[in-house]
Design a protein around this ligand. Structure first.
Ligand SMILES: Nc1ncnc2c1ncn2[C@@H]1O[C@H](COP(=O)(O)OP(=O)(O)OP(=O)(O)O)[C@@H](O)[C@H]1O
Ligand SMILES: [Mg+2]
Length: 508
């Protein structure tokens, strides 16, 4: 078993990991949960040798891992994934996996065995058509599959998975749960960092809750989800044994909010849309990802764009904001043709975006990253101090970390900066690409409440979201995408009665 004893690590004044002890037995799945910045990924970094601990020890079958290098720890049988993917950007997907295989337990230094085993994993993760591609050409979800394949190819005895389910739809989570269940065996122990409670409740034999660097409690999933401190500081609301949320405070707040604005006004996309896209096609090299789609976002309307991973949602946002040049079709923003304007001009017109995958300036501080959001938009710059205060009120964690380098923030903290940066520009239309990826459940609820408030203040919103339950609660209208086409456009309230729709998104 993997034994962690009294591990501690500080960064300057921050005790990121504070006297942490727990075990990961073979044959068991241990979930590690807790608020953003609690110290979960830092604990992974200490176990995998990426960082030396200030004190404490990690042993595998009573042999010390502390003090060994990351590659020695891999060879000893501990493999991990990275929350913010750390692929070798100049190697192909197949080479990424093969390289890892050479540091594994059973295939080490045997190039042919490594190649064979890598090919099996390329197939198992459906990466065949991308095997010779570079990581930069993959979607967020595909990159993560490479991360998992790269860990599994090492044939580990202890597998550390850092938020591998973030950004998946409910049905994709079910598939991923099945993969983890298949990996679980009497000879493999799994340590799973996860904010997806559905998976934690289903998979975990035992749950360790971290808070402020320390272990708050350890218990069964059942014990943990009822613990008052876990509810108040992390879950924010009660969940049932399947990991679904039971009626919530924030839902009440949201439904108040939607009746407050009269309900009717918002679904008038027909009048004069703020954003209108017609027959839009876009792609990457030889691949066409979008096939002539039409979308309208009305004045003060919140529109959600949903669908499985790889269906073209992010491509749609990029083609609207000028990050990707469309192949055909038109984008009109407030009546003006912006189809071939460069991205920075489109931002200046009032179209803000939270991009997929955070895209922060890693070596700049939190505050400077946020300020940059306002720097190119004249009317936003004047109000930057007030706006910054609003963002710190929404994400108090960022106020504490305002001088920290963005690249050293936790995954969830980085996501907060990405949302905050788009809000700094005070856009007319805000496009959000999976804004709540990696956020703790309570922060997810707070973020959706904030998005509803932003809409109530007169901003139009186009939201790409995998959490369809939340999307339906906050949206006026919903578009469903499948293979680069819009297959359904409907008022959100009508979708609650559409059984087939609900079932296909795991809400049945
Ligand atoms: N190199 C560093 N310098 C300064 N602070 C750091 C550094 N690395 C991590 N931290 C801080 O340590 C705390 C713990 O971060 P960690 O990444 O372990 O959190 P986490 O529990 O994985 O959170 P999340 O759920 O958001 O991924 C965070 O507040 C983070 O800002
Ligand atoms: Mg983390």
């Amino acid at each position: 078993m993997l034994r962690i004893r009294n591990l501690s690590k500080s960064f300057g004044g921050v005790r990121a990991v504070d006297n942490v002890s727990f075990d990961v037995p073979l044959g068991a799945i241990v979930a590690l949960i807790g608020p953003n910045g609690a110290g979960k990924t830092s604990t992974f970094n200490l176990i995998s040798g990426l960082l030396p601990p200030d004190s404490g020890s990690v042993t595998l079958f009573d042999k010390p891992l502390t003090g060994k290098s990351p590659d020695e720890i891999c060879r000893a049988g501990v493999a991990r994934t990275f929350q913010i993917s750390q692929l070798f950007e100049t190697l192909s997907i197949r080479e990424n996996i093969q390289t890892a295989a050479l540091f594994g337990r059973s295939t080490r230094d045997d190039v042919q065995a490594a190649a064979r085993r890598s090919d099996e994993l390329v197939e198992a993760f459906d990466l065949g058509s991308h095997a010779n591609a570079l990581p930069k050409d993959l979607t967020f979800a595909q990159r993560r599959n490479v991360e998992i394949a790269r860990a599994l190819v090492m044939d580990p005895q202890i597998l550390l998975l850092d938020e591998v389910l973030a950004g998946l739809t409910a049905s994709e989570i079910e598939e991923a749960i099945a993969i983890v269940e298949r990996v679980k065996s009497p000879t493999v122990g799994i340590l799973l960092v996860e904010h997806q409670m559905r998976a934690v409740m289903r998979l975990a034999d035992s749950v360790v809750v971290m808070m402020n660097g320390g272990v708050l409690m350890q218990g069964s999933p059942e014990e943990v989800r009822k613990h008052p401190k876990v509810l108040s500081a992390y879950l924010g609301e009660e969940i049932d044994a399947s990991g679904s949320h039971i009626a919530t405070r924030s839902e009440e707040a949201l439904s108040l909010n939607s009746t407050a604005d009269g309900g009717g006004r918002s679904v008038s996309a027909a009048a004069e849309p703020v954003l209108s896209i017609r027959n839009l096609s876009a792609g990457y090299g030889p691949l066409t990802a979008l096939h002539g789609i039409d979308i309208d976002v009305g004045d003060n309307e919140l529109v959600a764009l949903i669908g499985s991973n790889g269906m073209g949602k992010s491509t749609t946002l990029k083609a609207i904001s000028g990050l990707l040049v469309p192949l055909a079709g038109k984008v009109h923003f407030e009546g003006r043709d912006v189809t071939h304007l460069p991205a920075h001009s489109i931002v200046r017109l009032g179209l803000g975006q939270v991009p997929e995958g955070r895209q922060l300036f890693q070596y700049m501080s939190v505050e400077d990253n946020l300020m940059l959001g306002a720097a190119f938009v004249a009317q936003a710059w004047g109000a930057r101090r007030e706006r910054l205060d609003e963002i710190f009120a929404l994400f108090p964690r960022l106020a504490e970390r305002r001088s920290q380098r963005a690249g050293s923030l936790s995954g969830g903290e980085q996501q907060m900066v990405a949302i905050g940066r788009a809000l700094m520009a005070r856009p007319r239309l805000l496009m959000l690409d999976e804004p709540t990826i990696g956020l703790a459940p309570i922060v997810v609820a707070e973020t959706f409440e904030a998005i509803s408030r932003i809409k109530a203040a007169g901003v139009s919103v186009l939201l790409v979201e995998q959490n369809v339950g939340w999307a339906l609660r906050v949206a006026d209208r919903v578009y469903v995408m499948e293979s680069g086409k819009i297959v359904l456009a409907e008022k959100a309230e009508n979708l609650w009665a559409n059984r087939e729709f609900l079932q296909s998104f795991g809400l049945g």
